[in-house]
Design a protein around this ligand. Structure first.
Ligand code: HEM
Length: 193
C-alpha cells in the first residue's frame, strides 16, 4: 500500500469525527454574525499552526509552499462581514516537533480544502445568501489540481520522511481541531445565556 493511502486510512476515523463536528456547526449557523464567529474560531486555531508549519517547511519539500496559506482568506471573509477578530481568545496549538510532523499537519490543512468546497455550499444554503466563503473555497476551481500537486510533492519526498511522525502530526491536528471546536462551542453557548 502506498504511503499516502496508508496516511488516508490511518486518519480516516479522525476525519469522520471532525467532519461530524463541522457539519453540526454549519447546521447550527443562524445568522451572518454566527458564521463570522465560526470563522473567528477557525482563525484562532489555524493561524498560529499555519505560521509554525510554514516556518518548518520550505520549497525543498513543497515547491509551491508559499501558495498554501489559508488563514488570510478567513480575514478577507471577515472583512466583508465587517467583523473584527478578538485576539484575546488564544488557542494553544501543538508543537511542531519535526519536518515530518509538519507535513502531517499540512496534510490536514490542505485536505480540508476538499471538504471546504462542500462546506462552502452548505454555508450559503444555510444562510440562504451568496456570502463570501473564500476561506472554505480557497483554491476554487484549482482545488483538485492543488491537492494532486501536494500529494505528488509528498510522494517525491516520502523516503526522507518519518512516516509515523507524519501520521502523528495529522491525527493530532484532527483531534486538536475537534477539541477546539467543541470547547469553543460550549463557550459560545454560555455567552449566549
Ligand atoms: C463538512 C465537513 C467535511 C466534509 C463533508 C469532507 C469531505 C471530504 C471529501 C469528500 C474528501 C475527498 C475524499 C476523496 O476524494 O477521497 C475529503 C478529503 C479530505 N478531508 Fe475532508 N471533509 C470535511 C471536513 C474536513 C476537515 C474540517 C478537515 C481537516 C481539518 C478535512 C480533511 C480532509 C483531508 C486531509 C482529506 C484528504 C484525504 C485523502 O485523500 O488523503 N476534511 N473530505
Amino acid at each position: 500500500m502506498s504511503f499516502l493511502t496508508t496516511l488516508k486510512n490511518d486518519t480516516k476515523v479522525a476525519h469522520v469525527r471532525v467532519e461530524k463536528v463541522m457539519v453540526k456547526e454549519i447546521k447550527s449557523i443562524s445568522c451572518l454574525e454566527h458564521y463570522a464567529r465560526l470563522l473567528e474560531r477557525l482563525f484562532l486555531f489555524y493561524n498560529p499552526l499555519e505560521c509554525k508549519v510554514h516556518q518548518s517547511l520550505d520549497q525543498s519539500i513543497l515547491p509551491d509552499i508559499d501558495k498554501r496559506k489559508h488563514t488570510k482568506w478567513i480575514l478577507e471573509d471577515l472583512d466583508v462581514l465587517g467583523y473584527t477578530i478578538n485576539t484575546s481568545n488564544k488557542c494553544k496549538t501543538q508543537h511542531i516537533t519535526s519536518i515530518s510532523y509538519a507535513v502531517g499537519v499540512l496534510y490536514v490543512m490542505e485536505g480540508s480544502t476538499m471538504g471546504g468546497q462542500i462546506i462552502s455550499k452548505m454555508v450559503k444554503k444555510q444562510l440562504n445568501t451568496n456570502i463570501s466563503t473564500h476561506y472554505f473555497d480557497s483554491y476554487s476551481d484549482k482545488t483538485m489540481e492543488m491537492w494532486l500537486s501536494f500529494k505528488n510533492s509528498i510522494t517525491q519526498n516520502e523516503t526522507q520522511l518519518d512516516h509515523e511522525e507524519v501520521f502523528k502530526g495529522a491525527n493530532e491536528t484532527f483531534s486538536a481541531l475537534k477539541e477546539w471546536l467543541e470547547l469553543t462551542s460550549i463557550l459560545e453557548n454560555i455567552s449566549e445565556l
